[in-house]
Design a protein around this ligand. Sequence first.
Ligand code: 13P
Ligand code: SF4
Length: 319
Amino acid sequence: EPEKQRYQDKIKHQLEQHNAVLIAHYYTDPEIQAMAEATGGFVGDSLEMAKFGARHEAQTLIIAGVKFMGETAKILSPEKRVVMPTLEATCSLDLGCPADAFSEFCDQHPDRTVVVYANTSAAVKARADWVITSSIALDVIDHLDAKGEKIIWGPDRHLGRYIQNKTGADMILWQGHCIVHDEFKFKALDQLKAMHPDAAVLVHPESPESVIELADVVGSTSQLIKAAQTLPETKIIVATDKGIFYKMQQAAPDKELIIAPTAGEGATCKSCAHCPWMKMNILENLSTVFEREGVDIEVDKDVAVKAMKPLKRMVEFVN
Ligand code: 13P
Ligand code: SF4
């Protein structure tokens, strides 16, 4: 505990010294989220993080999350310094969607509007007409579908399928997935539901279709927290990264939160409902972020200019 205190004190001091603000995602460890709360920073979903960073007056943004979040912050605020505790923190959706291959995929369907998830590299965003997050995906596709536009969607196939089912839009899907959400299991969740018939089920749309079908509420991390707070049920089963429990429990202190099963009985899980890359953000590497090389997010100028357009559309899109 004294060591933890030392890290916390040092981080506070460094934030002041460098005119920096800490912006964290809900999936990071509770200690990181608490640090952001205690220092006038921010904890939110990926869209809110982007908006907060773009509007904040600090010269330096520390992004505690995964790399695409740092890149988005840098593209939206090229004049700011954007650093991350580690640049190793990537995302399986980003890894599973190389820019060259995705661009070729788009070239095969030149008549389609390209919509990509924020969980992609800057180069993939540069190829897109729209960037979306799970919190606005439905509304954006509805909007484009109403104008008669046909869509290329990348990279998350589960989110894509969910939106396609909901809107009936004409969409061609890139076949990527998130290793964390892909592990939630229909059968085990169905059994858990039967054991807790009075529980509400909240599901992030990166989960498989069969899991989404069991949900009472499907939404982004912020939308799921809101649901936990406002639903009448006192028991809540949650299919998303368990880092979310820190803020969800704060928002709904009297409710019992239960993590959805990631594997059948006796089996082992790979991620166990916690993103291995989000987990790389710890107090220790946060406390030394200004003492190390290789912590700055840099985005190629041409790529950044191209990616700015669809990203601006994302932050300016009103629900
Ligand atoms: P949200 O936009 O819902 O915060 O999701 C980001 C993410 O990485 C989900 O895995
Ligand atoms: Fe990517 Fe999944 Fe981790 Fe989110 S939880 S950052 S989508 S790997």
